[in-house]
Design a protein around this ligand. Structure first.
Ligand code: FE2
Ligand code: FE2
Length: 468
């Protein structure tokens, strides 16, 4: 070996298996030039190394992607069945967090040369069984235990380990991807701890939750943890999902603070008395705000669709997850705007008409109702409402309706693509069948009289009766 550097005597044999050739005059000249360089910039301490090859990296990320996708779908399946308002809202947000984590992982996997078709086509029966069992929770509190305290916590740990173990230079994009996911995970897991503590304080037996947690943790260990590489132990038995396969709820449930109605879409009819004259601004304003709060049913609709069309098309699942979060915000906006208008939000009855009809319905028709009728219906009246609010200097309504308009326009646009994935029917046939199904449902709820001359209620009537 030809080198004049005395430090080279410490280089071990394996490091010098490939000899290097350094000319003394070049090394000395480089040293001289470095002396001329005046800047002492911060030193980047990262070193080459890391535990994973591209293939092993991709194997792990593929599992992470799959777990995130399944969590998004699984929480969607539970949206109808969660009674507590705060938990339903937070879950609507978490559906998007998991969807967005899946999207980021999918992008990185694609950069690791896995075809999108293969990423989306990946299935893992062991993970499926874990998810099925976790979804077989008997209550929303058990659901939170499984989703957050067992799987969520283990995923966050797996992400942190991956960040520590992968090469910080060659695989920097994976590290950035996982850090961004953890930005959502940290507040989500903290919230879940506090929420479960609140359930316990409110009377849910702590031991029952602890038994369930331990059961799911054993099941997770039996499949080698999040990465599949941890030591495996025997699976617990029996599994709930084996004696009774998981089925999503079909009935929208509310907590005890709500008084609900489903026999009409009209708030004045439900209240049995008018608060304001029928076409007055005050009436339209309150109806708009109540409708937003009652979009808690839109969380249920879009969340349920993610489950019902699961694995058909990732982009559609992702768009539905985003819409679910938007509807969560609309609900929050409505709740807060009611408070800011002087009401206790729980003194105002909650409309269940739309959700009751959509709950058991095939996804394409339910989607057509909420997207083509509900959201399009909102856009027909919202411009006028915003203009009137501006004229009257009603800043609260102007502000919220402005943002909601932008969201709903986006939903109508995204909805077109989602509907194409859900059905082969053309627009006309889809609209007609949706109207027929909703007529049947509205008749059964007593919102429409059977002796009406019309065979099916019109688009306008559905917009008015179901209202979104
Ligand atoms: Fe909305
Ligand atoms: Fe919407």
């Amino acid at each position: 070996m030809k080198s004049n550097d005395s430090a080279n005597s410490e280089i071990t044999a394996s490091q010098t298996a490939i000899p290097f050739v350094s000319f003394a005059q070049d090394r000395a000249a480089a040293d001289e030039r470095k002396k001329e360089y005046p800047y002492r910039f911060p030193r980047d301490p990262r070193n080459l190394g890391g535990k994973y090859s591209v293939a092993e990296n991709a194997r792990r990320l593929q599992r992470f992607f799959y777990l995130e996708r399944r969590l998004m779908q699984g929480l969607g399946a539970w949206t109808l069945g969660i009674p507590e308002f705060e938990i339903k809202l937070e879950t609507g947000r978490h559906i998007f967090y998991h969807g967005d984590a899946a999207r980021l992982l999918r992008e990185r996997l694609h950069e690791q040369e896995i075809r999108l078709k293969d990423i989306d086509g990946f299935r893992d029966p062991e993970i499926d069984r874990l998810l099925e069992e976790l979804l077989s929770a008997e209550s929303a509190s058990e659901l939170l235990v499984g989703v957050h305290q067992v799987v969520g916590k283990a995923l966050a740990t797996a992400y942190r380990h991956h960040i520590d173990d992968t090469d910080p230079v060659t695989d920097a994009p994976t590290i950035r991807c996982l850090r961004r996911i953890l930005t959502d995970y940290e507040p989500m897991l903290d919230w879940a701890e506090a929420a479960i503590a609140a359930y316990i304080q409110g009377g849910v037996p702590e031991a029952k939750l602890a038994v369930w947690r331990w059961h799911l943790q054993k099941l997770l260990t039996s499949i080698g943890g999040m990465t599949g590489s941890d030591p495996r132990t025997e699976a617990p038995a029996p599994l709930r999902c084996e004696s009774k396969p998981f089925q999503r709820g079909t009935v929208p449930v509310r907590d005890v603070r709500f008084e609900t109605f489903k026999n009409t879409g009209d708030y004045d009819v439900a209240d049995t008395q008018e608060r304001f004259p029928k076409d007055s601004y005050e009436n339209l304003r309150l109806r708009f705000i109540r409708t937003q709060r009652d979009e808690v049913d839109a969380i249920e609709a879009f969340g349920t669709f993610i489950w019902d069309i699961r694995f058909k098309d990732f982009e559609s699942e992702y768009n539905l997850a985003r819409i679910t979060w938007d509807e969560t915000r609309h609900t929050e906006i409505g709740h807060r705007a009611l408070l800011a208008s002087g009401y206790d939000p729980f003194e105002l009855k909650n409309r269940l008409t739309g959700s009751t009809c959509r709950g058991p319905m095939e996804p394409a028709f339910a989607m057509a109702e909420i997207n083509l009728f509900g959201e399009v219906g909102v856009l027909k009246t919202i411009n006028n409402l915003i203009d009137t609010a501006a004229e009257r200097n009603d800043r609260l309504l102007h502000h919220i309706a402005d943002f909601i308009r932008a969201d709903e326009r986006t939903h109508v646009r995204k909805g077109q693509g989602i509907l194409k994935v859900m059905t082969d029917l053309d627009a006309k046939a889809l609209e007609l069948r949706t109207r027929e199904l909703f007529t049947e449902c509205l008749v059964s709820l007593g919102a429409v009289k059977k002796d009406m001359d019309l065979f099916t209620v019109s688009r306008e009537d559905i917009e008015r009766l179901v209202g979104e």
